[in-house]
Write a protein that binds this ligand. Structure first.
Ligand SMILES: [Zn+2]
Length: 170
């Protein structure tokens, strides 16, 4: 299967947008989730949110710890503990940031068939879920770091912005 979707990089406005909840899980949504999964795999990522693919919808795909998730309207319902992890992001190529997150979380979501799920996640999976659910709420990982951490990666952000505008011109 081919996909026309592409990854939107910082500072694309759609990354700052809280996405719309999906009302019905139909064949179109199912197909979008499959295309997002393909795009994520092609880009060698562990997670992708729909707004990173330019779509204003509450959808995320995740593959980590040997498990695959294609989820609709995911929401964190419980948090416990703390964990520090070095994270990357497909919308911020070349940037890695140490982010403090909850160690354990519970998530409610619908699966690709529209069935409701309650997931309990910890460690790496909990981190990836928090990163992706942040995306559909319009939050990027650079919003989670201190002013000083952000100042340190300023030159890298500038480089991403520059390569973006070159792509647009070509
Ligand atoms: Zn990301």
């Amino acid at each position: 299967m081919k996909t026309k979707l592409k990854i939107h990089k910082w500072p694309s406005k759609i990354l700052r947008k809280k996405t719309k909840r999906v009302k019905e899980v139909d064949q179109v949504i199912k197909s979008i989730l499959d295309q997002m999964y393909l795009l994520m795999k092609t880009a060698d990522g562990v997670g992708l949110a729909a707004n990173q693919a330019g779509l204003n919808m509450s959808l995320v795909v995740i593959e980590a710890d040997g498990r695959i998730f294609k989820l609709v309207n995911p929401e964190i319902t419980q948090r416990e503990g703390a964990i520090n992890f070095k994270e990357g992001c497909l919308s911020f190529p070349g940037i890695e940031l140490d982010i403090k997150r909850s160690r354990k979380i519970k998530v409610n979501a619908l699966d690709q068939e529209g069935k409701s799920l309650e997931l309990e996640l910890d460690g790496l999976l909990a981190v990836v879920f928090q990163h992706e659910i942040d995306h559909i709420n319009g939050i990027s990982f650079i919003d989670r770091v201190s002013f000083w951490q952000r100042a340190r990666i300023k030159h890298k952000l500038r480089r991403i912005k520059k390569s973006n505008s070159q792509t647009l011109e070509s």
